[in-house]
Design a protein. Structure first.
Length: 495
């Protein structure tokens, strides 16, 4: 860095500014590569980007310039650039430059810019961790110099700058989100925005982040789910609504959990959970097509489910929650076990601190061990117990269960959905039961939301609702193994 600062001073002494105001380029690198066609000489172009390779040979220099579309070779010659050639000796890898010159083809056949004018746009004062490249079987193979996963997550800007495949990965995530929006818009859903700061948290079982509003002198919570506000909108007459936004849960961090995450929630009046399963199958198929197309520009990850044509066909298997967990625990009916028996069953399979867990948490932990972790291909688990689903309608014919499904794949939850509860009397009873759990020490339980109950009392149509964690869906489709590699800026402990 000291050497680069010295070069910056030397440039200033020559009257060359280290940081420009702008540059008008005519083409991106990929476009310029196509312009030459089969000719040996071509038109003049103006390009801008980062220097990612530099090979000086006395009075000539070859370099590579990289921009969002790819990279192109530059040919810089002293007798063409004159005094400017001395100036470029003060350039470094990572500098951002603008160049002008005609295209030509070298003796090895590589399309190249014969630079007649060069301008420094931004001096790189900190060396980027570029790796080395070699040509193997006619293809460039790069040996990365930046392999530490934690450092790459902390310095995502450097990770993106030196790893084009990481840029392509996150571009495929954006393609997935666009495809989901297009899918829902095409089915008549309205995209809306609901509050992130809420006076009460609800719509899920999770511990919230708490803050304080000074002017109103009241606590506020970062939302743990979008659900209750979206359902208020259905009461108001928006019969199909969705939101893609960030939710926040004050939980642990591991391979599939980040405290801040992107959630899609959508609600459809007059639909039930069976109809919403069909919608989810089609939505996942559309997302897979988008990710597949975007990932095609890089080497396909071995675990990228987007390349599985079965995702577009739908027909995901469906298994029932109660029989599946009862078989796993080895009892006729796991719901018939008392709390102590559930604690013993959980302790036997390695669940920690079972004495501190209330019944809903015990059931959830047992399900994760015996059922969820063993599901590989996309599978709907249906008909959850009432005590695990405070916002779902009772199952027709069995009020101890609810009309709820979750979609799992490769041991991860991808979606959660209900035939939504629209009976305000029943909803009040469930809220009050949650409030008792909260008073007993369950930090994930919710309170009684009187405003939401008032909305329900005006008349809430029957509806199906779905929540999909887009980080996990993208992990599954792209073959990403850790959630921090699916999020541009994951939450991390300070350095």
């Amino acid at each position: 860095m000291r050497a680069r600062l010295d070069k910056l001073d030397a440039l200033a002494a020559k009257g060359v500014p280290g940081f420009a105001y702008g540059y008008s380029r005519s083409h991106l690198a990929a476009d310029a590569l196509q312009l030459l066609g089969d000719a040996e000489e071509g038109q003049e172009v103006k390009l801008a980007g980062r220097l990612v390779a530099w090979r000086a040979h006395g009075k000539t220099t070859f370099a590579h310039l990289s921009d969002p579309s790819g990279r192109i070779q530059l040919y810089l010659k002293q007798d063409v650039l004159g005094a400017a050639y001395e100036t470029i000796q003060l350039f470094d890898l990572g500098d951002i430059v603008g160049v002008r010159g005609p295209l030509f083809r070298t003796r090895t056949g590589e399309v190249t810019v014969r630079v007649v004018e060069v301008e420094l746009l931004a001096k790189s004062l900190r060396p980027l961790p570029f790796g080395k490249e070699e040509i193997v079987d006619g293809k460039p193979v790069r040996h990365s110099a930046f392999t530490d996963g934690e450092m790459r997550s902390r310095q995502r800007y450097a990770d993106l700058a030196v790893h084009p495949e990481v840029r392509a990965l996150f571009a495929s995530r954006s393609a997935m989100t666009r495809a989901i929006r297009t899918f829902l818009d095409g089915r008549g859903f309205l995209e809306v925005e609901t509050p992130v700061l809420q006076p009460l948290y609800g719509g899920a079982l999770a511990k919230p982040f708490v803050t304080h509003h000074n002017t109103l002198d009241m606590p506020l919570f970062l939302r743990i789910a979008d659900e209750l506000y979206l359902k208020r909108l259905v009461v108001g007459g928006f019969e199909r609504v969705y939101e893609i936004g960030h939710d926040f849960r004050n939980e642990g961090i591991d391979r599939t959990h980040n405290p801040e995450f992107t959630m899609l929630e959508f609600y459809q009046a007059y639909a039930d959970y069976v109809e919403m399963m069909d919608v989810v199958e089609s939505l996942v198929g559309a997302a897979a097509v988008a990710v597949r197309a975007a990932l095609a520009v890089i080497d396909r990850p071995d675990d990228a489910a987007a390349f599985d044509p079965a995702l577009e066909k739908g027909g995901f298997p469906r298994i029932e929650w109660l029989p599946a967990l009862s078989r796993g625990v080895g009892v006729p009916d796991v719901l018939a076990l008392d709390d102590q028996a559930l604690r013993a069953a959980a302790a036997r399979v390695g669940v920690h601190r079972v004495e501190q867990m209330l019944r809903p948490k015990l059931l959830d932990e047992l399900f994760q061990v015996h059922v969820e972790s063993k599901i590989d291909r996309p599978t709907f688990v249906i008909d959850y117990p009432l005590e695990l689903s405070p916002l779902a309608k009772p199952k027709r014919g069995n009020p101890a269960l609810t009309e709820r499904f979750e979609l799992f794949a490769r041991g991860r939850e991808l979606a959660n959905a209900f035939s939504e509860l629209n009976d305000p009397i029943d909803q009040r009873r469930r809220f009050e039961a949650q409030a008792k759990l909260k008073a007993a020490g369950d930090e994930e339980a919710s309170s009684v939301d009187e405003d939401y109950l008032r909305a329900m009392e005006y008349g809430m149509p029957p509806m199906g609702g779905v929540g999909i964690g887009l980080d996990r869906l993208f992990m599954y489709l792209s073959g990403t193994q850790h959630i921090r590699d699916a999020i541009l800026f994951p939450t991390m402990r300070p350095e």
